[in-house]
Design a protein around this ligand. Structure first.
Ligand code: ADP
Ligand code: MG
Ligand code: ZN
Length: 624
């Protein structure tokens, strides 16, 4: 029973009591005549009265033979206190009666209570309204604000420039269209698919397109809607969401901005801690509990994957991650074409040209651009949108974006192009490295796949010293290329250097890879990788100042050697470095055939005996 029904119930009780009272008064009023005491006296003296009932304040009786206009009973106020004596004089049957005060008593108690309850209900209802629909009475019963769309009306044709993500999601569409086909051999789809990418790249749009293509209902909910003041409410909502979805299968559940809910446990600030943990635990439990063969696909989106709880990304949960990155030039052309369908274009507008002017723009920025240009054209009273409108709109949007540090000036692009090329060439030249798959100078806010951050390499790979040294050389390739080409180095290598230092320090202090320092573990495994606690004190040091100095020197040695190695490789391939960097500046991304053509021309190093123990299968670069 919800609060609406509770209020109705009280209304009904009040109405019933009122009706009962009215009825009893009405009946009496119908048959009983109020007469003055004097008239009663004369009636009594005339012998027309029988059966008198004496109460404290009234006399009630019957008339022996009422006239045509008279009622058969009468009542009068008692005047003479000695009625008994008086009545017995006239031989009338009489009896006394104490007045029934039952009804009036009830009334005097119940009515105020009813009024009170009414006011209370009203107040509660107002409060509920103020709290956005979930009042105090509704705690735990409230439904999450799930938006159910039977048909999203969005298809893959509306999403452009993210072909890789689209390809990965096509499989999901197939599955939703014919679940039997896929479950025939017992195959199961990934339970959860996490769309990762900077804001505005079309993650929400993609999720809706999957539902639209498959023609299934689309449940969407924001991660922040699970975050509640009261412990347990969020968890109840998660349960509820999955319950509803099961009724509508096949369908898609989409949790937008998952990071609001799934932030790593133990990193919450004070307050809301327990609630978020419970909600997250419930989500994990639901993820473990549902069978993807019933046809529910769970999609989620985030632009901050590095803050997610590692438990969410484990196999069997959000085990597939789809990167929705900023579009390259070709992607921008495609996206512009999608949005230009709606506007009237002048003949002088070349989509290629507009795309060339907008590096770093996301899909949302481009949609905004088309709209701004159309507005400008309208304002100047033109018949169609021309190139100048676009140029003006771009300038305006870039001014806004520059504040957010997302659009690069030409020199920055150049530095980045050489930096990335440096990483790529060193990786290509060294033996035992995975082939480089893609090099890109499109600015990306998120960095690459954030999940690598949370898994320290040494948990997953057994690597020998030579392997690690080559890895360091690749990481330093970016900085090395900068020193070769530009007079001064940039800040762009900060993230690389951080990683390099981490690895080199581990080699010295944990892996015992430097003979001079012996096979000694100087530091315990840094658990901060798993549950980073901001502001935690640095771990205790168990060695002397002198050893600390030797460790620092050894770390420095390793890094310097790796750097010299990277620089030597690049010097050896100097012409190719220039060529590749310029190609990158022009095309923004290099992949596939273009990359393998370059890789074939790199001067490689000979394969040492221990090479290829384990290949490092992860993005080389994150920061830049
Ligand atoms: P996100 O969820 O990644 O922050 P949205 O999906 O909300 O981004 O995108 C916002 C809007 O930007 C979309 O409604 C669409 O108009 C436009 N947009 C973004 N990416 C694309 C794309 N790849 N293709 C076409 N339009 C896009
Ligand atoms: Mg979104
Ligand atoms: Zn780098």
């Amino acid at each position: 029973m919800n609060k609406e029904h509770q209020i109705n119930f009280w209304y009904v009780v009040a109405a019933l009591i009122a009706v009962m009272l009215l009825q009893s008064y009405w009946v009496r009023y119908q048959t009983v005549e109020h007469i003055p005491y004097s008239e009663f006296q004369s009636l009594l003296e005339a012998g027309k009265v029988s059966d008198v009932v004496v109460t404290e304040t009234t006399l009630r009786g019957k008339l022996t033979s009422p006239g045509p206009n008279q009622k058969s009973e009468f009542v009068t106020n008692k005047v003479d206190p000695n009625v008994a004596e008086y009545l017995s004089k006239y031989k009338v049957r009489y009896r006394a009666e104490t007045e029934s005060t039952f009804l009036t008593t009830i009334l005097s108690w119940v009515l105020p209570a009813l009024i009170f309850v009414g006011i209370w209900m009203f107040a509660i209802r107002r409060m509920a309204g103020g709290m956005g629909g979930s009042g105090l009475l509704a705690i735990g019963k409230s439904k999450a604000r799930v938006y159910l769309e039977k048909q999203t009306g969005v298809t893959f044709a509306d999403v452009a420039g993210v072909d890789e993500a689209k390809d990965e999601l096509k499989e999901i569409v197939d599955f939703l269209k014919s679940p039997e086909k896929h479950s025939r051999l017992g195959a199961r789809l990934p339970k959860g698919i996490l769309l990762i990418g900077p804001p505005g790249t079309g993650k929400t749009l993609l999720a809706r397109a999957v539902a639209g293509e498959a023609g299934v209902p689309f449940f969407s909910i924001g991660g922040s809607e699970f975050v509640e003041m009261f412990v347990g409410v969020g968890a109840a909502r998660v349960r509820d969401l999955f319950e509803q979805a099961r009724k509508h299968a096949p369908c898609i559940i989409f949790i937008d901005e998952l990071d609001a809910l799934g932030r790593a446990r133990g990193t919450f600030m004070m307050g809301g801690h327990d609630e978020k943990e419970q909600t997250l635990n419930q989500l994990l439990a639901e993820l473990d509990g549902f069978d993807p063969r019933v046809g529910i696909v769970l999609l989620a989106a985030t632009n901050r994957p590095e803050t997610l709880d590692p438990a969410l990304l484990r196999a069997g949960r959000f085990d597939r991650q789809v990167l929705v990155d900023r579009p390259d030039k070709k992607g921008r052309v495609d996206i512009l074409n999608v949005h230009l369908r709606k506007v009237k274009l002048d003949a002088d507008v070349e989509v290629e040209q507009v795309a060339a002017l907008t590096p770093g723009f996301t899909g949302a920025d481009l949609a905004n651009l088309v709209n701004e240009a159309a507005l400008l054209a309208t304002r100047r009273g033109g018949n169609s949108v021309n190139l100048n409108d676009f140029v003006q709109a771009i300038e305006r949007i870039i001014a806004g974006l520059e504040k957010r540090n997302r659009v690069l000036i030409p020199h920055e692009r150049e530095v980045i192009a050489f930096h990335e090329t440096g990483h790529a060439l060193v990786a290509m030249a060294l033996p035992g490295m995975d082939p480089v798959q893609k090099v890109s100078i499109i600015p990306r806010g998120v960095g690459a796949l954030g999940y690598t951050i949370q898994r320290p390499i040494e948990d997953r790979f057994l690597m020998d010293r030579a392997e690690l040294e080559r890895k360091l050389a690749v990481l330093l390739g970016g900085r090395a290329a900068e020193t070769l080409v530009f007079p001064a180095v940039s800040t762009g290598a900060a993230d690389d250097l951080q990683k390099v230092t981490d690895i080199a320090r581990s080699m010295v202090t944990r892996f015992g890879m430097v003979p001079e320092l012996g096979q000694v573990s100087y530091e315990a495994e840094a658990s901060r990788f798993l549950t980073p606690i901001p502001g935690a004190p640095p771990p205790m040091r168990w060695y002397s100042e002198a050893t600390a100095a030797r460790i620092d020197a050894a770390v420095n040695d390793i890094v310097e050697n790796a750097f010299a190695h990277a620089r030597a490789i690049l010097e050896d391939n100097r012409a190719l470095l220039d060529e590749m960097a310029h190609a990158l500046l022009k095309q923004e991304t290099l992949s596939g055939a273009a990359l393998s053509a370059i890789a074939d021309r790199v001067h490689r190093e000979a394969t040492p005996a221990s090479a290829g123990l384990i290949a490092a299968a992860r993005p080389i670069d994150r920061g830049m």
